[in-house]
Ligand binder design. Structure first.
Ligand code: MN3
Length: 200
């Protein structure tokens, strides 16, 4: 199916001061739009036109690099907007997610530190993730437009560590961005929803 830029689920000034309207203007209206526009051009004639976004990402990986880069980033950003909300964050997670984090990842504080560390240590552009793989939660990082989808996992939370995600608000201070993002913006109800869908 053709890619479409989704509307943001909040106004552009709703995530301040942790993520500014200016960042969202560039990130959503220009960067994400470019992945949609370029992805649609590259999708034409690829043989994957009728597939779902997730299948296009998985099936173009390692085979059609140009299409993969744009489809992968489209997938990542469609979810990234949903993984944030005004007055998000905090450490009160829905119960089933909390118990899985306790048993698989050593509790909330260790998970928080490991997730922020994954984003901080991703060299260059990429993403840090919480995903479900073989029935267990794991924290990983990927480069560029990749995600756990192409490594057999199902993403349930991801944070963009491309410079376009934080440079206007935090300049080069990626760890500060990650801490502010995790503590104030994460939409845990949406993470819980993706977790229960992934568990099936
Ligand atoms: Mn981005």
């Amino acid at each position: 199916m053709a890619f479409e830029l989704p509307e943001l689920p909040y106004s552009k000034d709703a995530l301040g001061p942790y993520m500014s309207a200016e960042t969202l203007e560039f990130h959503h209206d220009k960067h994400h739009q470019a992945y949609v526009t370029n992805g649609n051009k590259l999708l034409e004639g690829s043989g994957l036109e009728g597939k779902s976004l997730e299948d296009i990402v998985k099936e173009s990986f390692g085979k059609n690099q140009g299409l993969f880069n744009n489809a992968g980033q489209h997938y990542n950003h469609v979810h990234f907007w949903q993984w944030m909300k005004p007055n998000g964050g905090g450490n009160k997670l829905p119960g089933s997610l909390q118990s899985a984090i306790d048993s698989d990842l050593g509790g909330f504080d260790k998970f928080r530190a490991d997730f922020i560390n994954a984003g901080t240590t991703q060299f260059g552009s990429g993403w840090a993730w919480l995903s479900l793989k073989d029935g267990k939660l794991e924290v990983t990082k990927t480069a560029n437009g990749e995600s756990p989808l192409v490594y057999g996992g199902q993403p349930i939370l991801g944070v963009d560590v491309w410079e376009h995600s934080y440079y206007i608000d935090y300049r080069n201070a990626r760890p500060k961005y990650l801490e502010a993002w995790f503590d104030n913006l994460v939409n845990w109800e949406h993470v819980e929803q993706m977790f229960s869908e992934a568990r099936g």
